[in-house]
Write a protein that binds this ligand. Sequence first.
Ligand code: MLT
Length: 360
Amino acid sequence: MPLHSSPLATAPPVLAGRRPVGRRRLAGLAGLAMASLTLAACGGGGAGGGGGGGGEEAAAYPEDDITFVVPFSAGGPTDTVTRLVAEPMSKELGVPVVVQNVEGAGGTIAAGQVANAESDGYTVLMHHIGMSTAPSLYPDLAFDPLEDFKTVGLVTEVPMTIVARKDLEPDTLEELVTYLEENGEEVTLANAGVGAASQLCGLLLQDALDVKLTEVPYDGTGPALTDLVGGQVDVMCDQTTNTTGQIGSGKVKAYAVTTPERVESLPDLPTTEEAGLAELQVGVWHGLYVPAETPDAVVEKLTDALKVALADQNVVDQLADLGAAPSSAEDATPEAHTEQLSSQIDLWQPIIEEAGVSGS
Ligand code: MLT
């Protein structure tokens, strides 16, 4: 099924040859900033009505298009993972999946909007490790990750790479460490805002080196990487789902990957441990969420469709090409996802408190 994207008009999109996407569900996402629309066409037609709520509605679910909300810019790593699983999930569910980018505040704007969307299964959030760091970074966070959502299941865990503009002098991580220590705030560090995985990794890097760089926030590491390739910023820590292509083409310089083992798709890239920075290890886990009152029968259908997508050979192959792998069937469950989210919230709280970083 072709995935295609077109700029989303301010009004809810009228899909080619189809009636307007359910207005009530988009109301929860009203005031969207930039948004790009990708329609995963599918076999089944969207019938009228639909939605969560009572048993019969949950039993009939889905009857309409489903919106997958991505809390960062189009073209970035979260967007890439979402579009990869959206297509097979759309086929399995028998309705179109519309991918919508809602940017800002390190992903917390989108999460807050989905928390308040209708609990009918037609608005789903794709988010990553940032869901577990947000409570520590944003004291006045508009939502509680554990109370205001139901988890659907884990999707994948993505390694991060330390990369730089291709003409930055250091050639090894050891040389980069010296460069950062010597140049400090003269060095610009791109990220996707407080709460983003790139910001967390940059925080860990600065903490490990006891240096302070000048952070340059973007609405996603898609546009940040564009500026890194263009030489407008100096360094970034970003996911292999975004950097693999640019590393392979030599458009950015890569120093290390933040996983215990090397990544098959980047065999020449040493791990941070090999390169002498063992304390910098972080993987970006992703999961799907729905508003807390979504009927369990609806969540179950989404979980089942997620498992089918994660077993899809195209998804497996494309994630492997980008240095990642799908979560196991055991981890693609609400139970495993909730356990991961809860334990990660506890893990990052003291680290972020110690670093004294806040998003507001
Ligand atoms: C993105 O999709 O742009 C990234 O996940 C942002 C981030 O978390 O660094």
